[in-house]
Design a protein around this ligand. Sequence first.
Ligand code: UD1
Length: 423
Amino acid sequence: MDRIAITGGAPLHGDIAISGAKNSAIKLMVASLLTDEPLRLTQMPRLADTRFLGALLRRLGAEVEEREGPSGPETLLQTREIVSAFAPYELVRQMRASFNVLGPLLARTGHAKVSLPGGCEIGARPVDLHLAALRALGAHIDLHEGYIYAQAPRGLKGARIAFPISSVGATEHAMLAAVLAEGVTDITGAACEPEIVDLAACLAAMGAQIEGAGTEHMTIRGVSRLAGAEYAVAPDRIEAGTYAMAAAMAGGEVRLTGARAGDMEALLAKLEEAGVGVERLNDGLIIRRNGARLAAVDIETSPFPGFPTDLQAQFMALMSLAEGESVVRETVFENRFMHAPELRRMGADISVSGREARVRGVERLEGAPVMATDLRASVGLVIAGLAARGETVVDRVYHLDRGFERLEEKLSACGAKVRRLKD
Ligand code: UD1
């Protein structure tokens, strides 16, 4: 298993081009199942997760071609016919979001057998809201031996769906199923994340009729068929936020080309409060930090437009060197502090109680061997390593490879001493 070694202490200077958003790209790839025509996705990130999903889609009948287009990496997807409506455990287990093929398979063929995703590192992550949405749309759903058997022999029907809590995946799943349902679907309690807006825009380019994406109330008028389209994946706000914190941690000045400040305000406001310089540009951001120590600030994760849970580990790493005590509250997932003991191995002073972590800033972190536990936690450890004295070696880097494209290359180009150790 590969590891990443970081020698701390080098400030970052340079430009980092932000890739297309992983969390958008995988849902857009799933949307390609809804039409027999080609969907061309540009600004595609090349990640382990997009590869996993490509393998699943091929098995369902899609042709998936990755190629270099005039504006960078793109993926051409076409599912002339669903050859199998079966998504096996070994593929769904590798990436939870592949569960979202269930809705499109049902919409297109009237039946599907899809494995339940199972637990993951950051909590139980049930799919009850996904299933409630599909049931509301008229699907019959049974569970046997870890598989969902779903039927909608006479097609899905528009319905009212009221989500009791905000779920990105369930909102997207409802959208992916409702666009081809007969009649109108009214969704309340919808998640408002930029990835929802991205999916809605791509579906609209394919001919879907969706109003209200990005708000808690969405209306979808079903259409009888969708067409092919070309769509550019939005820039990854989590990748951009991560590099913003890398620059804040290491010091220096970094331009994040393509980042959309409007999608990242919760983080940017906290960075400014801590003393980081943030300049908002039309096509990106500049993040600056002079030598001064950052001030401790508190965060609480919550659905968009709140502070993203996917940036919590990185912010905790940043606060471990701030002046004073910071309280980090995680309200989205129940088990998302697994990076705290790893940061403690580097000298951070963090105590966790339930959903709250208290981070008392220390003057110095020391490099250490640490272990990645999930995608975002692992990049938090890389950020800590950028400012630690000596060498930090992050093990289980496959977590990182799921969601960060060419991380060591992007950081090294700005002067960081980061290298991959191949096994
Ligand atoms: C997505 C993102 C993930 C991010 C998360 C929250 C993708 C591929 N992943 O995950 O990076 O951390 O949003 O911003 O886009 N829940 C239920 N029942 C359900 C579904 C969810 O109780 O049926 C709960 C979850 O356990 C969690 C909360 O709802 O506590 C929010 O989860 P959700 O927004 O669904 O996250 P994902 O879509 O899985």
